[in-house]
Design a protein around this ligand. Structure first.
Ligand code: SD4
Length: 295
């Protein structure tokens, strides 16, 4: 079932993101321009508590954001621990385009963003602040599985020329320690692609994805001949094996999406409840449930 163009994005917020990205692709934009336009939708949406503006803060009440973007030439840009900027994906894209580096972090990322004309603003909404204050009463850190069914947004694009690109953006784990960075801005963990082979991206507990170099491994398995779903499944199985006796197991959820260079796509998650939005010419924009290992 190979097809192009093709866009896949994690969770329900992927539908609106795909819509914007699809429009861009059809206006002749590049893959990363389409991704930027797509994921800016949940970044700006205050109702999405796991990405950008309206995202849950860390335990000190600070919203800190992670994002990355990668194109078919393997050029990439990322920001981590960025505060006060609503669209980290756009800053990541500027890192790719305008710097000799791959990742800028924290204060340096903010200074870079300001130098590029981004506006500093308060990203902590009243609703997120209220939930944080409630959390403070017990201050028990426990990541939530399938947080409100929207966690990180990760998007993969196969354009009409057959070129792959990808992006991720997130406010990370709610109530994380100040300074914590997850998998989402890390090339190879939250996102990876090789234009000759395929692309993969992750959602869920970033620590587990980093420990296993998740997305890079999914791409490598596709290189070895696995189809995207099989490749995602094998890495989820590996994550399970590494974590079954681990303190993180109780709340561990990870999910991967992948697409190969032919336009075959798939996804797989550890626990049920993970879905992703797929947009192609044949069937339009719709949600598909990922296969999973356990409930
Ligand atoms: C991260 N993958 O930062 C992201 C989203 C998340 O618990 O917070 N999941 O780990």
């Amino acid at each position: 079932k190979g097809r192009k163009p093709l866009i896949i994005a994690t969770w329900n917020h992927g539908l609106a993101a795909n819509e914007a990205a699809w429009k861009k692709l059809h206006q002749g934009s590049t893959g990363i321009e389409a991704i930027e336009a797509g994921v800016r939708i949940p970044e700006a949406d205050p109702a999405v508590r796991s990405v950008g503006y309206g995202g849950y803060p860390d335990r000190e009440g600070k919203v800190t954001l992670d994002a990355c973007i990668m194109d078919h030439r393997s050029d990439c840009g990322a920001v981590s621990f960025l505060q006060g900027i609503k669209h980290p994906i756009s800053v990541a894209k500027k890192v790719l385009e305008d710097t000799p580096h791959v990742m800028l972090s924290g204060e340096g990322a903010l200074q870079f963003a300001l130098s590029k004309g981004f506006k500093e603003e308060n990203l902590l909404t009243a609703a997120a602040e209220k939930d944080w204050k409630e959390w403070l009463e017990k201050s028990k850190y426990q990541p939530v599985i399938n947080i409100e069914n929207h966690d990180t947004i990760s998007m993969l694009v196969l354009d009409t020329d057959g070129n792959l690109s990808g992006g991720c953006t997130t406010s990370g784990a709610a109530w994380k320690m100040h300074g914590r960075v997850g998998d989402s801005p890390i090339i190879g963990a939250g996102l990876f692609l090789d234009n000759e082979v395929g692309a993969a991206a992750a959602t869920g507990l970033g620590e587990a994805v980093i420990r296993t170099a998740g997305s890079a491994m999914v791409v490598e398995l596709m290189r070895q001949g696995k189809n995207p779903e099989e490749a995602c499944k094998e890495i989820v199985e590996r994550i399970y094996e590494k974590h079954k006796n681990h303190r993180d197991m109780e709340y561990l959820q990870v999910g991967f999406i992948a697409v190969n260079a032919k336009g075959v796509y798939g996804g797989y998650s550890l626990r049920s409840g993970f879905n992703y939005a797929v947009y192609d010419e044949q069937q339009g924009n719709r949600m598909e449930d990922a296969a999973f290992k356990m409930n």
